[in-house]
Design a protein around this ligand. Structure first.
Ligand code: BGC
Length: 717
């Protein structure tokens, strides 16, 4: 008999249910001190998995209880949310999506895994694969932005990064694709609210990221808190059992979200914990995180004949197999056995800085305001104003994992380090979200004698992330008043205003977009934020980040994304009865993919070969670019398609590829993209994949903004 069969034969029901239970360490330990009862549960074998444990010391201490003191010695599975770095925090996932670089997506996950594993962890609850088109929803910050194809690329890179090539390595973590599925389109952007979407949107937009993660071998998966068209995901038999386990053949571990099984009662589909446990088990949820529904409910359900021991055993086997794959039986202490050398941590910080400066999106740069000309080279004066200028903690972003007490570099500190000769003055002006504007006057006074004003505005880190929906995702508090007062003074003095926005989502900032001379989206950049921003402001690095979400002009445009389907009455200002608003343009303020560089790229000569292609063929798309700007820069080139006529209405643009090209000033170069024609399949009227003959427009350009795209038509045959 193999190890799992041997164990299964010896396990009691309560030991089995222990393997299906995950408890927060706060439940188990108070700080580093282990609290009575739950510790005993580990020894009794009735808690088999933990979350929220920080530090190799406590993790090993817990592991010893399980391995050395419990009857069967089954090691614990210990997990934590490592969403954008563990101790060394990287830019938030939304920001990192805009780097369009698979090697980077993989590398930051790899480094986060190494760092988390060095803390004794074996699992992360990431990547988060919720495509979001609604900036009101705070968890937009944790995900890939608005595009499903991009989501798939990220999903695969992240799974590779977290899990490495060998799950049992002391540097690998089990990844968890979450939140399955369609959590983001919550009603009116309100966290945890009901979701009601079509089967087509589910299949075209929300499932592909999970398909990609499964193809990459993701070890675990987490159902969303929400219901989908009336069925809570934690109890969703058609999607969890039939589609995921059945159609997709996913045989990894399904772990519930935090207390989600018990919340089936609030959803109104279970009368009590027994009911809830039955529903989740039948749907295929293996591990109950924090509801304690399996331990309390399944013995009763078993007795009543509502579940079978075989159903329970199947879950236990999956959990034990995961522990085996992670190498926990062979050496439960391999993760966290040796502290990481200082050089490894320093290198990781260098990576965090490099990634942070590459994800900053330059939304606007009028009259080449940036890079800061005089101050970059000679002493001068900068007025650094706003509540986010000296806010190192905020730089870390909403999911700081184990990095809560790690130092982070503020904008002010970064600038002072980069420009030691410059007179850098600072006033916050206002607090992030208070109504007090008594500090505005002093902030305005700082402009006198300055060469430029840097306005550091935006959200507190905790204004995005879980449970952080905002009905008005704009500048909070009195920041708009601060921006107006400072900009008026700067204009009177003839000095430029550079606004730097910190947020976990696109913000609605039409005034700033119009009046600031330059505008940067800095999202939340992690521990090296200030250095990264200084690198971009001073021109040490040309910005290259692209926005992975459309920026609305007004909240009423939400949800807004580039891949909307056409209407029978396209917008026409001259025709009253067309699809438009009376009070705002249809277009976003900034389109998906938008992001300027310090170069200026001209696109020409788009070639698509062959002109006629069969399903098994491949298109080669090449485009020539010339950097007509004065500085070296890296351009991101996007590839979109649109079929001219199909059996169902299809998105106006579909992303199918991207490429990057770095060019010196005055130099031309070309990029080549390959597109297998199978990627031009779509879901037909019956939602089955269809390769339909006909003409397809191929577009290439710097963003999803239609006027900037080059176009060629090819024929599918
Ligand atoms: C979140 C999950 C997370 C879990 C464990 C929940 O509240 O929705 O994304 O993995 O907590 O921390």
């Amino acid at each position: 008999m193999n190890r799992i069969d041997t164990l299964m034969a010896r396990m009691t029901l309560s030991e089995k249910l222990g393997q299906l239970t995950m408890t927060a360490s706060g439940y188990t330990v108070t700080g580093p001190v282990i609290a009575g009862d739950s510790t005993q549960s580990i020894i009794d074998g009735t808690i088999g998995n933990l979350l929220n444990m920080v530090g190799a010391g406590p993790a090993h201490e817990m592991q010893r209880l399980a391995v050395e003191q419990s009857r069967l010695g089954i090691p614990l599975l210990i997990g934590l949310d490592i969403v954008h770095g563990h101790r060394t925090l990287f830019p938030i996932p939304l920001a990192e999506a805009g780097i369009f670089d698979e090697a980077v997506w993989e590398r930051t996950a790899r480094e986060a895994a190494r760092e988390g594993a060095a803390d004794g962890l074996a699992m992360t609850f990431a990547p988060m694969l919720d495509v979001s088109r609604d900036p009101r929803w705070g968890r937009t910050a944790e995900g890939p932005g608005e595009d499903p194809w991009l989501n798939g690329r990220i999903a695969q890179a992240k799974v590779r990064g977290f899990q490495g090539s060998d799950l049992s390595s002391a540097e690998s973590l089990a990844a968890c694709a979450k939140h399955f599925v369609a959590y983001s389109p919550v009603t009116a952007g309100r966290e945890y609210a009901a979701v009601d979407i079509s089967e087509r949107t589910l299949r075209e937009v929300h499932l592909p990221g999970f398909v990609a993660a499964i193809e990459a071998g993701v070890a675990t998966l987490m159902p969303a808190f929400t219901d989908l068209n009336g069925v809570p995901m934690t109890a969703h038999v058609p999607l969890l059992r039939d589609w995921l386990r059945g159609e997709m053949g996913f045989d990894g571990v399904i772990v519930s979200d935090y207390n989600a099984i018990a919340e089936l009662i609030e959803h109104g589909v279970a009368a009590d914990l027994v009911d809830a446990a039955v529903l989740a088990l039948k749907a295929g949820v293996d591990i109950d995180m924090m509801a304690d529904a399996y331990r309390k409910g399944l013995p009763v359900a078993l007795e009543q004949g509502r579940v079978t021991i075989d159903e329970i055993d199947a879950c236990v086997r999956r959990v034990l197999r995961l522990k085996e794959q992670l190498g926990l039986f062979d050496d439960p202490y391999r993760r966290g056995a040796t502290p990481e050398p200082a050089a490894v941590i320093a290198e990781r910080h260098a990576l965090a800085r490099d990634v942070a400066r590459k994800v900053i999106v330059m939304l606007k740069n009028e009259r080449d305001t940036l890079p800061l000309p005089a101050t970059a080279k000679a002493p001068g004066a900068l007025a650094v104003i706003g509540p986010l200028a000296d806010a190192s903690t905020e730089m870390k972003g909403p999911w700081w994992g184990a990095g809560e007490h790690e130092p982070a570099v503020s904008v002010l500190a970064g600038l002072r380090a980069a420009l030691p000769q410059t007179d850098i003055r600072h006033a916050p002006g206002v607090a992030i979200d208070s109504a007090d504007d008594s500090g505005i006057e002093a902030a305005v006074a700082l402009c006198d004698g300055a060469d430029a004003v840097l306005l550091c505005l935006g959200e507190r880190a905790t204004m995005s992330g879980e449970a952080a929906s905002r009905a008005t995702p704009a500048l909070p508090g009195r920041q708009q008043a601060l921006a107006e007062a400072v900009t008026a003074r700067a204009q009177a003095l003839g000095i430029p205003v550079v606004a730097i926005l910190f947020s976990g989502r696109p913000l609605v900032v039409p005034w700033l977009a119009e009046h600031a001379d330059a505008l940067l989206a800095a999202w939340f950049l992690g521990v090296e934020a200030g250095h990264a921003i200084a690198d971009v402001l001073t021109g040490r690095v040309s910005p290259s980040g692209r926005t992975p979400m459309s920026w609305p002009r007004a909240v009423g445009q939400v949800p807004i994304w580039f891949g909307q389907r056409p209407t029978g009455r396209p917008m026409n200002p001259a025709d009253y009865y067309t699809s438009k608003y009376q009070d705002v343009d249809n277009t976003p303020l900034y389109a998906f993919g938008h992001g300027l560089t310090y170069g200026r790229f001209r696109y020409d000569e788009l070639h698509v070969e062959p002109r006629r292609v069969r399903e098994q063929g491949t298109l080669t798309i090449s485009v020539t670019l010339r950097n007509e700007g004065a500085r070296e820069a890296e351009e991101t080139v996007f590839l979109f398609v649109r079929a001219k006529v199909s059996l169902v209405t299809r998105p106006l643009l579909e992303l199918k590829g991207y490429a990057k090209l770095r060019l010196m000033p005055g130099v031309a170069g070309s990029v080549k993209l390959k597109l297998p024609a199978t990627e031009l399949r779509y879901l037909g009227p019956d939602l089955q994949p269809l390769f339909e003959a006909g003409e397809v427009d191929v577009f290439v350009g710097p963003s999803a903004e239609p006027t900037g795209l080059l176009q060629q038509t090819i024929e599918l045959c």
